[in-house]
Write a protein that binds this ligand. Structure first.
Ligand code: ATP
Length: 243
């Protein structure tokens, strides 16, 4: 696979992990991970089940403290800083499994975004503009919506806080390909609007369509990284033997 020592896109990274080791109890799952996301960039973090992708996200959002190494946000050392403090710095997650409240209505789920100081009216307006389907379901219990609609709600709620960096974990999980395409189109739009995004995906091709850089994690180490073109070519070789 492609291996590039110095990504081209960042001098002052928005998020930077430097030689991060982390784990759960005695079990170390990240063994010296380096990762950088620059302003306005979309980085795809790829890898098989159990490679450590979600653990990287937990480190970046303060849910998992590194045992060694550094986490920097816009140059600030944030090891051990609480998740809500990082959220105030503009780091926001669309978690694996969506993280919405199934028994609450769509509007009440969006209300959760008002902690950031933005009014519900404003949040609803931008959510329904982005995802018109949600407007028709404003008073519907979120858990009764389709998986794709729930993912739209999760994205809309995250965007309500106007994050500078959005971390999206397994957007495609359990969804039909056509819905996944629509959601990734939305991610591309979010990137075009200037929000930086970390896209965690098992389905590499999909994520590389919207990413500006890709990183492949394997067993808790960065195995390869490169431009989407480079990584797509590497996938062709790995899966199809094409050169
Ligand atoms: P997936 O796509 O399956 O979510 P992933 O690449 O996101 O995989 P992680 O969820 O970060 O990988 O898991 C990395 C390793 O850490 C795995 O071996 C997993 O079993 C282990 N792990 C994850 N969460 C915990 C936990 N809470 N306690 C103990 N081990 C954990």
């Amino acid at each position: 696979m492609v291996s590039v020592s110095e990504p081209w896109y960042v001098h002052e990274p928005l998020l930077e992990l430097k030689n991060v080791f982390a784990g759960y109890g005695q079990i170390e799952v990240l063994h010296g991970v380096d990762l950088r996301i620059g302003a306005g960039q979309a980085v795809a973090l790829l890898g098989a089940n159990g490679a450590g992708k979600t653990s990287v996200l937990r480190v970046a959002t303060g849910l998992l403290e590194p045992t060694s190494g550094c986490v920097h946000i816009a140059g600030r050392h944030v090891n051990g800083v609480a998740t809500d403090e990082l959220a105030r710095l503009g780091i926001c997650t669309v978690p694996e499994g969506r993280g919405i409240f199934p028994n609450l209505t769509v509007a009440d789920n969006l209300r959760m975004g008002t902690y950031s100081g933005i009014s519900l009216e404003e949040i609803e307006q931008s959510a329904y503009e982005r995802f018109p389907k949600l407007a028709a379901r404003r008073n519907q219990q979120a858990g009764t919506m389709s998986g794709g609609e729930q993912q739209m709600l999760s994205l809309a709620r995250a965007l309500a806080t106007r994050p500078v960096l959005l971390l999206v974990d397994e957007l495609s999980m359990g969804l039909a390909p056509i819905i996944v395409d629509q959601l990734f189109e939305e991610v591309a739009r979010i990137v075009n609007e200037g929000t930086s995004v970390l896209i965690i995906e098992q389905f590499a091709r999909k994520a590389l369509q919207v990413a500006t850089w890709g990183i492949v994690l394997n067993n808790g180490v960065v195995e390869a990284q490169g431009s989407p073109d480079e990584l797509n070519q590497a996938l062709d070789v790995a899966y199809l033997g094409k050169r």
